[in-house]
Design a protein around this ligand. Sequence first.
Ligand SMILES: [Zn+2]
Length: 243
Amino acid sequence: MNASPEHQRILLDIADLDRRIAQADRARTHPSQAARITELVAIRQEQLRELTALTGTRDDVRTELTRLESDVALVEKRRARDVERLAVATNPKDAQALEHEIASLTQRQSNLEDAELDVMGRLEEADAAVAAQQALIDITTSEGSTLSAQGKADVAAAAELGVQLARDRAAVAENVPAPLLAEYTQRSANSAGAALISRGTCEGCRMVLPGTDLNDIRRAADDTVVFCPECGCILVRTEESGL
Ligand SMILES: [Zn+2]
């Protein structure tokens, strides 16, 4: 295949644009934040499970406290009733029995109040644990929202860049004869499509070419299209090639 050196050189610009288009496409479909966002979703699920467990414990302690409070209220009520009865008791035996019960109720009330204090302490701890877990979840959620917003912005920017690059490529490609462009397109499926040959190395695959191939390339006319024996891309010769 023949093509003017000028047309061959344009392929280097097209290959560069295609590389940048592929990069923009990767940035659009695989934003750098995606992995961490997936991780955060899993972390948040685990944190929510833990929150459910902690809330359950806290609710149990709260129920225990409510039960103790109603027990205390009952004992108080009974003791108050006994005190009233004692005040009007005429029978010494009844009075003694009431005094006995009042003493026992007083002791019971004191025990219940001690237990109440203990449960109140546990409730405070359980409330703190729930709040701390909620704070952890808030941090995870906030990191997730920030990354998600950044990801969306990056994807939008990459999409816009992709459109701009595709427009540039179309404009540049207009200057390349159709057969040469078709050759490039076909070869770009499995290689860089076109690359500079520089100091005996194909810049498409970075392989140093064997001496015999280099000699063939040196001997080839300027308008002969030559290919990399390693990757198959079009090798473009310029004054930088140092052949
Ligand atoms: Zn190559």
